[in-house]
Design a protein around this ligand. Structure first.
Ligand SMILES: Nc1nc2c(ncn2[C@@H]2O[C@H](COP(=O)(O)OP(=O)(O)O)[C@@H](O)[C@H]2O)c(=O)[nH]1
Ligand SMILES: [Mg+2]
Ligand SMILES: [Zn+2]
Length: 282
């Protein structure tokens, strides 16, 4: 019996890495077919080197298929126009799945003012990095890679550029790493974990660029708990059950009005709250 990590899946063939760093191809036992083996799974190999057991997962994403994610780099940039609703959904998604989100404000060379504003809003919410994939500042992202990590963010914010910049010369060694990323847009995506150093992996997916609200498996009333800046003020609301929607002595609303809480964060909260309520109706 050997413990291993699944680095890659192609049809019925898996590439695994054993604890001593050896990698090879193998198959999975039929009984595991039903729930599937995912890239990122920690598995046990039997005497014939076939995957016979999947260890308990920390989390699992379906599209792209990835298990045991530690961190998600949520990328945003001055151009294209930031989709703050998407960012807020992604941060909530991370929290729900025990993934640490890191907001990467990319393309700082284009507009530092916009980058600063974004940074001001989000540094109260999660870790924030400001960078450009064109210079050394992108290495801040590389330094944050621990465990299994991935990138997310709307199209054209620079996810592929970041991957290429931080994987750099190693790309050349790993055959068509960057080409695969491009190709992944249309065809079925083969996800692969790319190793940087001991227990530091980056999934080479093209990155998540959308997030359907139905993936946020929570009740509308629970949503407020996912906004740290609301949680901090909630004890000052008149009613304990306050969802920060009505004017009746709501400390959150007051802070939105006087500018202490970002208007976009609050407006997107209302939008998401309504969407979650509508989802539950069906
Ligand atoms: N000015 C500037 N442009 C960038 C930067 N990073 C990426 N880009 C450009 O943004 C465009 C989209 O980048 P890409 O990596 O394909 O984005 P993706 O869709 O998120 O993977 C390309 O034209 C890149 O050259 C950056 O730091 N500064
Ligand atoms: Mg891309
Ligand atoms: Zn309130």
């Amino acid at each position: 019996m050997i413990d291993a990590l699944v680095l890659k899946k192609e049809a019925d063939l898996f590439t695994v890495e054993t604890q001593n760093g050896q990698t090879f191809s193998c198959v999975a036992r039929k009984i595991l077919k039903k729930n599937g083996v995912f890239v990122g799974d920690r598995v046990v190999l039997d005497d014939d080197n076939a995957i016979c057991k999947i260890e308990k997962r920390k989390n699992v994403l379906i599209r792209p298929p990835l298990a045991n994610l530690e961190k998600m780099f949520v990328v945003v940039a001055p151009v294209p126009k930031p989709d703050l609703y998407l960012i807020d959904k992604m941060l909530i998604f991370c929290k729900l799945n025990s993934i640490e989100p890191i907001l990467c404000i990319n393309k700082k060379d284009l507009d530092e003012t916009v980058c600063d504003k974004l940074s001001q809003v989000y540094k109260q919410v999660c870790k924030v990095l400001v960078c450009s994939s064109f210079d050394e500042s992108v290495m801040q992202i590389k330094k944050e890679i621990h465990g299994i990590c991935t990138l997310a963010g709307q199209s054209a914010v620079g996810k592929s550029s970041i991957i290429n910049a931080i994987v750099g010369d190693v790309v050349a060694k790993v055959d068509t790493f960057s080409k695969k990323i491009e190709r992944g847009k249309q065809t079925t995506r083969t996800v692969q974990l790319f190793k940087f150093s001991e227990n530091c992996y980056l999934a080479d997916t093209a990155g998540f660029s959308k997030l359907d609200e139905s993936l946020l498996n929570l009740e509308a009333e629970e949503l407020k708990g996912f906004y740290p800046e609301f949680v901090e003020l909630a004890p000052k609301c008149k009613y304990k059950s306050c969802v920060h929607v009505n004017d009746k002595d709501c400390a959150v609303l007051k802070s939105v009005k006087n500018g202490d809480i970002s208007k976009s964060r609050y407006e997107n909260y209302l939008k998401l709250l309504q969407t979650l309520k509508n989802l539950k109706r069906y």
